[in-house]
Design a protein around this ligand. Sequence first.
Ligand code: ADP
Ligand code: GLC
Length: 515
Amino acid sequence: MAAPKYKILFVSSELYPLVKTGGLGDVSGSLPKALKSLHQDIRVLIPAYPSAVEKAASVKTVATINLPKAGFPGNMGFSSDIAQTPYATILETKLPGSHVKVWMVEFSIYNRSGGPYQDDQGNEWIDNEKRFALLNYIAVEIAMGYTSLNWHADIVHCNDWQTGLIAALLFEEKKQNNLLTRPATIFTIHNMAHMGIYSKGQFQALQLSPSLWNHHELEFHDDFSFIKGGLVFSDRVNAVSPTYAEEIQTEEFGYGMAGLLRHRSKRLSGIINGIDMKEWDPVNDPMIEQNYSPKNITDKYANKIALQNHFKLPLTRSDGKEILLLGLVARLVYQKGVDLLLEQMEAILELPVQIVILGSGDLELESRLKQWSLKHPEQLQIQIGYDEKLSHIIEAGADAFLMPSLFEPCGLNQLYSLRYGTIPIVRDTGGLADTVVNSSKRNIRNRTATGIIFHEANHITLFDAIHHTYELFQDKKTWKEIMLRGMKQEFSWRESAKQYLHLYEQAIEDRDDED
Ligand code: ADP
Ligand code: GLC
C-alpha cells in the first residue's frame, strides 16, 4: 500500500545551507528532502534572516499576513513595530539542490545582521522570545490555512524550543473556536538543555492565553518555557536518538522536565538522525584535497597531509614515524566535553599525537585551548570560528575524531567521521552510544567494531580512550578494518524519514486524545 501523502509544515530556526549554527541546521536541510522523496508535500518555515535571504535563490514574495487581524491574541507586544509595518511578509524560495519549498517570514525584528540567536559579539538578542513567538504565530496561521498561500497543514513538525509554542497555540485555536479538528503536531527534541525560559512579564507581553499559565502547561517555576509547550501539547514527541529519548526521562538529563517526559512516555520515542549523503561524501566532496572511497582508501592520506599543512604541523614524528592525528569540530561549550579534554591535555600531549580543533563558543574554553596550543604548537592547533570547508577538511584528514560529549542528543560529526573513514572516539551517551560500536577485543574479533567508546565522564577514561586509539593505530591491519567497516555503515535519511512518516500517522491517530 502506498504511504499516505501528508501536507507537512516543518518549522525551524535553522536551515542549512541558508542558516546554520549546529546540527539543527543540518537536519532541517536534509530531512525535508528525504520526506519529499517519499512523496510528501512538505514546506519549511524559517525566519527571513537577511543572511539567509541573501544566500537563497529566486526569492519571491508570496503572501502578506496582517498581524493584528491575523487572529493573534492582541498584538504580541509588537505595538511599536506593528505601527510601522502592520503585516509580515512571506518570502518563498527552494531549499538549494531540491524542490522543497521554503517560506521565510520577513518582519522588522529579523532584519539585523548577526546570527539567528545572537548579535555579532555573541550576546543573545534581547527580544528572542518575540522573534520566535512571531515565527510560531505565523506557523499557526499557515497551518490553519488562514493565509493567502492557499495551503494548510495536516502535520506541523516543530523543532526545539524556538517552535515550542506552536502546539499550544493550535490547541488553543481549536478550543476557542470550537473547531472539529486541527493539524496534528510533532515536537522533535534536538537538545533539552535549551528550554526557552522567559519571565511572567514576557508571557503577559506576548498576550498568550492566561489559561496557559499553570504548572501543567507553560508555567515553569514562576517563569514560562517555550519547550514545555511542545512537550505538553504535541501529539507526538521524539528525541533525535533512542538513547537520548530514555536519558531525558532521568533527572540528570531532563533539566526539571523528566517527570513531564515520563508522564508523556507513551507519546515519546527516539529516531536517529540521518546525514546528507551528497553533502558528506568522500568520493565526491569538492571541499577536500583528494577524493577517496573504501576501494582506494590510501588516497585519504593526501587529506591528512593537507590538514597538517593547513595547521603548519609537522608531517611525521621526530623519528620519522607516522603520527596519529585527532580532529575535533564543535561548538566549544560544556555539552561537548571540552573540559574533560582540557583537564587531561598534559597527559594526552605526552603521547605522540597531534590534535586539530575547529570551533567557537565559550570564551574561557577557547582561551584555555589557545594557551595549550601556544605551549605545544607542534602538537595542538586550534582555529576559532565557523568554517564549513575546514570542517570537511578535518573530517577527511584526521585519523580519528574526538567527541567526548557529556551529553549528545544525536551528534552528526561521528556519522560524518564514520563515512570518511575517520575513527570516532566518543562517550557512551545519547546518539553516540546508538551509532558507534566500541573496538573491544571481542567486537574486533566479531568484526563489528567501528570506533572507540568510553563510559564515565572523567578525564581518566578519556585519556584511556585516546591511549587505546594510539595503540590500535599501531596495528595497521585492524585499524584499516575498523575504518572500512565504518565507511560501510548506513546513515542515509531514508530509514529515519520513514520512521517520521510513521510518527505522523500516529500523531494524526492520537490528536483527539487530549492526554
Ligand atoms: P550540535 O548540533 O550539538 O552542535 P552536531 O554534531 O549535531 O552537534 O552538529 C554540529 C554540526 O555543526 C556539524 O555539521 C558540524 O560540522 C558543524 N559545526 C560545529 N561547529 C562548527 C564550526 N566551528 N565550523 C564548521 N562547522 C561546525
Ligand atoms: C542538537 C544536538 C545534537 C544533534 C543536533 C541535530 O544540537 O546537540 O546532538 O545531533 O541537535 O539533531
